[in-house]
Design a protein around this ligand. Sequence first.
Ligand code: SF4
Ligand code: SF4
Length: 394
Amino acid sequence: MKWINKGHEFDEVGKRFENLKRIYLYGAGLYGKQAADMLRGVGAEFVFVDRAESLQGTIEGIKVILPEELKIIQGQEIIVLTMGAENAGIVLKQLEMEGLKYGSDIYDVHSFLQFYIYIIALYRYGKCIMTDCTVMGTYQCSLKCKYCMAAIPYLQESKQVEYADFKRDVDILFENVDFVLEFGIGGGEMFLCKNLEQYIEYVMKNYSSHIWNCSILTNGTILPNEKVIETLKKYKLNVVVSRYSGVPNWHEKYKKLETLLQEHHIPVSTIDYENWVDMGWTQKQYKKNVGGLFDMCGMQCRIVKNGKLNYCLHGMIANEALYHLDLSEDEFDLCVQQDRKKFKLVEYHLGFLNKGCLEMCHYCNGYVNINQNTIPVAQQMTAEEYVQFHRKGR
Ligand code: SF4
Ligand code: SF4
């Protein structure tokens, strides 16, 4: 979307929540817990509503009431339907029959988590929150995925980010953003990051109250050293492994990693992919009129680099690797003081830009939610392809 009324884009929507005092999360299952994690970061008061007798009392310190006990004060309290889709319509019907209205008293969990929660955080609690934000730790990687979403194998120089630069960007991020659900130390391959324990320690020691989870994401091919293992244990961090079964020898390497982490009681899980999508970076084809593509793109990965927030981590790094365009107009400079900065920052996070799309969207097929160009997972460049590309010095 194009910025028209900078700093005031959501004023009308925001008015709806100015007097909000309490939120009822109707359904204490997976969606309820997701919403709860975000609302804790916002500092909002909330209560679970659930019919299950076994859940009555409190869950992780949050009160649980039965649906019969639910009586809301309109204008001051809202209900978010956090149960599965099959039950949401039934409950919505009952609540509407009691005189409550969808869109003012009642919200569904998807629109709430993707939109309204940001408005409530900002207009009611004065906070800027984000689902996912990264500061890069290293650009080095042990794999050479041909269709890497961030085009990492196409970088001319795959360097580690200096610790001082990393710290500076983390500080700048949390000077501006109050809460991040998933904070990522970005890679490349995380376990190639020299002194990774220092990077993790800095984030967790200084900002753990601003983060729900610090993601330790790896491609499963590298073992962390003892210091990293101790730091992961100290901060009770999970390791998430991308399952790249098609990569030669991947299983053997992953087994070693899994065994090591399990020996140290570090929780490990995998992300399984049916397929990947080709973002289109290497085709270098400029497409016109991509405002609609940007508006529908579900890319949630924000990144802070050199004090600037970039909306799209993958586009930003693909530019460093393949395009070398000046993206400054697309970025939000977190170091510049300005009126209603927090409002503008939330608008940027929710997709308001000077031009209505990013420069990199012109070269992109979009994120997985809109991209039909499916390809096999983690297909590797051949040694020849890699050498040929880098010999050309593009
Ligand atoms: S997608 Fe492949 S090349 Fe890209 S960072 Fe992950 S493992 Fe490395
Ligand atoms: S369309 Fe591509 S470049 Fe634009 S935000 Fe989505 S993933 Fe990033």
